[in-house]
Design a protein around this ligand. Sequence first.
Ligand code: JHZ
Length: 405
Amino acid sequence: MKKEFLDLGRQPIANKFLREDEFDGEFFYNLKVVFDDDTKLVSLKDFVKPELMFNDDYVYHTSLSVPMVKHFKETAEMLMEEFNPLTVMEIGSNDGVFLKNWANDYTIGVEPCGNFAKITEDMGYQTYSEFWTTKLSEKIKNDGHVDFDLIYAANCICHIQDLDDCFSSVKNILSKDGVFVFEDPSLLRMLERGSYDQIYDEHAHIFSVTALDNILMKNGLKIFRVDNLSVHGGSNRIYVSHLPPEPYTFFRYRPVELSVRENLQREDDFGLNEFKTHQDFTKRVEKSKNDLVELLVKLKNDGKRIMSIGATAKSTTVFNYCGIGAAPWQTDLIELITDTTKDKQGKYSPGSHIPVVPRESVNLNDYDYVYLGAWNFKDVIVNIESEFIQNGGKFITHVPNVGVG
Ligand code: JHZ
């Protein structure tokens, strides 16, 4: 029932920034995308082995994007006020940006990347450095943890390839009245904005509320609320509880709120449940590629200098799909990328091999254009770089359409 609609070509591991001596052995795979007619789920056709992406060399530090620190603090405050959980677990706790808002005597993390699990262990949070599986949920129970009142995950559930195992193990360890809250990029927003760069190895799935509703239901869980968020170019926060058995004894029955119906309706109206809509998206992606390459080549031929801000996983997809970078004839289209992450600095971008350097080492006024690799932080970056704009500098983006602003 899975139908292919998009081929983004040969791609490397999106967050594997390299030293020069690692270029030769670089791992590549084919990035193709499928639509499941049954569940309406959009997924990668071929998954990359999790250990190749999430390991002790993982580099994405959520805390290094300042707006996200505020986002997770506000999220924790809201969840505390509304659900007042006695026990909390975060799946994919990264550098503790969410965990740190909760007391460490009733909060634990799950984080397969050992370098990040160590950070939260050092902060005093018990952290299981393993992938989220049924086996791990059993282990946590056997270690004496009671079921959790709040299970939270941000930009993590869409990384998990086997969703049935993921959701059944959440159910296994969610207290009877507990809530499971998770947020991930929205398929509807991706299609509306043409942001095909949400697709890369880590994002095994791009979720619609419709597909999640179908798959959660199969696993004895139900969505009772959906928040539409602006973070990461448009995400959905999904609130889930147990599907109550008959009779409802011991369960607080959480009525399904209007936001669920509204989101399902909006997705249906847009055509998300039709294969043709996804095929049409492919045409838009191909146009975006042609427009971006044409623009960069024209500017270069006019003698302009172009760099990029934000060595994102998203730009790995763009640069490799559009052939910007490593191909010998295009090495200087984008001269360098700046990024706040120390572990990316001094290395080269995956596949495209563009140097990544600290922002402080570059005088932006030496450049005419900045390509926004982190277009999702456009407002923040434009604000920080106001001097560049005053001096006539311009930004290039491909979302929602290729253009200069
Ligand atoms: P950002 C990652 O994707 C990977 P990426 C992951 N799979 C995921 O799901 C999302 O995050 C959530 C830098 N930066 O958040 C910091 C600046 O240099 O768009 C980051 O490296 N200057 C887990 O990589 C990058 O840009 C700045 O002013 O696509 C942003 O990465 C700011 C604000 C950020 O996620």
